[in-house]
Write a protein that binds this ligand. Structure first.
Ligand code: 13P
Ligand code: SF4
Length: 304
């Protein structure tokens, strides 16, 4: 029996749902019941009837699944898969900003710990950030931790005063303006589809800015309308999906293809380890989890 067959059989027997982010390797994605961006994964975790959720991604994603489905058993198959950007902000940082800006609401990117979510007002994903900030009644918004996504939100929400934090994604922040300028010059007419975790000077050259799901959807729509050349400004997982699914398209990365090392820590054997009882499930502080749930539920309600 192949790993996929073993996973499917064990998951069915145990009533387990296997979820994977688009940045997971294609062989992990092939083992999953659902593949999605952070927003879709949170929604699947909230809506499922399965008793067990195996979340192939990084820690904040598995924590979010546990927060939204506290009665379920949730596994992160690669226990050391973290998100360096999520680790850049602490609850104390948020409380300090709140003290400095008492009239502001705190919007925290879902790429954050449960403890940070617990001291925030509402969460967002890259795909829902603009909508959520626009729907927040306060004019002043403390946005943590990603200064690039926060900068994008500020551009899109000119009526809001966005107070930025200094965090960033080491993977996306590496792409330079020169990378996108060179890529466009080498492939004139190509559509540049870019994640808003990239720097402002990269974003300004993009033809489309959006979440991983948004980039995939936009590429598919453009492909159906005849576009064949694409420049992708996000992690290699999205590039590989488009290269697989858009035959005869020319899909290249902006700069040399870049990888999130944490997203690549999971393999099919780690999923099997969860199903064989060889991994510890996610456990969160009950009060922290209760408070964080309010922020995530608001995100799912507004952002959908
Ligand atoms: P998405 O919400 O677009 O899936 O992004 C998650 C992420 O970690 C991007 O680096
Ligand atoms: Fe975190 Fe960046 Fe990896 Fe996304 S790509 S999980 S933001 S380190």
């Amino acid at each position: 029996m192949s790993s996929i067959e073993k996973i499917k059989a064990l998951a069915e027997r145990q009533n387990a749902l296997v979820l994977a982010h688009y940045y997971q390797s294609l062989d992990v994605q092939a083992c999953a019941d659902k593949v999605g961006d952070s927003f879709a994964l949170a929604k699947y975790a909230k809506d499922t009837d399965a008793e067990i959720i195996i979340l192939c991604g990084v820690r904040f994603m598995a924590e979010s699944a546990k927060i939204l489905s506290p009665g379920k058993t949730v596994y992160l198959p690669a226990p050391l898969a973290g998100c360096p950007m999520a680790d850049m902000v602490t609850p104390d940082d948020v409380l300090l900003l709140r003290a400095e800006h008492p009239d502001a609401a705190v919007v925290c990117y879902v790429n954050s710990s449960a403890a940070v979510k617990a001291v925030s007002d509402v969460c967002c994903t890259s795909g829902s950030a603009v909508k959520i900030v626009n729907r927040t009644s306060e004019r002043d918004i403390i946005f943590v931790p990603d200064r690039n996504l926060g900068g994008y939100v500020a551009e899109q929400c000119p009526d809001k005063n966005i107070i930025l934090f200094a965090g960033y994604c080491p993977t996306h922040h590496k792409i330079s303006e020169q990378d996108i300028v060179n890529a466009k010059a080498a492939c004139p007419g190509a559509s540049a589809l870019v994640h808003p975790e990239c720097r402002a000077e990269v974003r300004k050259h993009a033809d489309y800015l959006g979440s991983t799901a948004g980039i995939i959807r936009r590429a598919e729509d453009l492909y159906a309308a005849g576009t064949r050349d694409f420049l992708i400004g996000t992690e290699i997982g999205v590039l590989q999906i488009l290269q697989r699914d858009l035959p005869d398209a020319n899909v290249r990365s902006i700069g040399s293809a870049f990888t999130c090392p944490n997203m690549k820590k999971t393999g099919p054997d780690d999923i099997l380890a969860c199903l064989n009882g060889e991994r510890e499930p996610i456990v969160l502080d009950a009060e922290e989890s209760r408070r964080a749930r309010l922020t995530l539920e608001k995100m799912v309600e507004i952002g959908g």
